[in-house]
Ligand binder design. Sequence first.
Ligand SMILES: NC(=O)c1ccc[n+]([C@@H]2O[C@H](COP(=O)([O-])OP(=O)(O)OC[C@H]3O[C@@H](n4cnc5c(N)ncnc54)[C@H](OP(=O)(O)O)[C@@H]3O)[C@@H](O)[C@H]2O)c1
Length: 241
Amino acid sequence: MATAGAESRRVAAVTGGSRGIGRAVVDALLADGWRVHFSSLSATSVEAATAALAAEHGSLAKGHSVDVRDPRAITGWIDAVAETEGRLDCLVNNAGVGGFAPVDQISFEEWRRVLDTNLHGAFWALRAAARQMKRRGGGGWILNIASLASRNPFAGGAAYNASKYGLLGLSEAAMLDLRHHDIRVCAILPGSVDTEFREGGDGSWKLAPEDVARAVTDLLRYPERALPSRLELRPTRPPKR
Ligand SMILES: NC(=O)c1ccc[n+]([C@@H]2O[C@H](COP(=O)([O-])OP(=O)(O)OC[C@H]3O[C@@H](n4cnc5c(N)ncnc54)[C@H](OP(=O)(O)O)[C@@H]3O)[C@@H](O)[C@H]2O)c1
């Protein structure tokens, strides 16, 4: 574990940090000596994670209930983190939902829920973080948790594929916009991860949330001159088709 003094700790914001991949990212960043602000949708989920984290990390982890679909709420949260901490070194855009149905059977509400969370929510957070990082001038990282579904369509995946293809495009365009400000943007594309996201069946072959968190902390160790912009992370032995 790193031994950074409280004043010198780097500051991260993680969306969807209460459980699953986001929670593993929060744990890994704390273990590496970061101060971490995380958000999730439900207050209950945030309270449970905050209580568990406080026992081990005291006030180094702070949780807030913020719906990424609400542009003012997510922008306000990112701004508040940067302004109260006086810095923002990393955003992990992780909040996401599934929503799987044949294209002609997707309701308006379900289409909007998936796109508003996975794509628009990530955009609002990225935009707010980029503005804060540019204004402060110290560079930073924006890591977008995309998916192998950002490159591989599947039946029943119209909404999810559209959101994750969009997120990959957003991530790579933003990378080109922001690199000369020392803001490094990278899309992480995991395959199946064993979380509550898509339960059922044998999950033993899947990635663990900690594997994705490891990708995050490994990326954050790259020297300033290097910009990995896309990382695909696959389970070694998925079921054979
Ligand atoms: N699991 C996989 O196989 C897999 C594979 C590739 C990529 N991914 C991506 O990885 C990310 C995390 O997935 P996961 O498996 O960890 O999912 P998960 O276990 O279902 O957790 C999702 C997290 O996102 C939060 N969230 C959902 N909607 C939100 C909203 N509108 N505003 C704020 N927070 C919201 C949830 O908050 P609450 O706790 O309040 O509900 C929760 O913290 C997603 O973007 C997903 O697409 C997952």
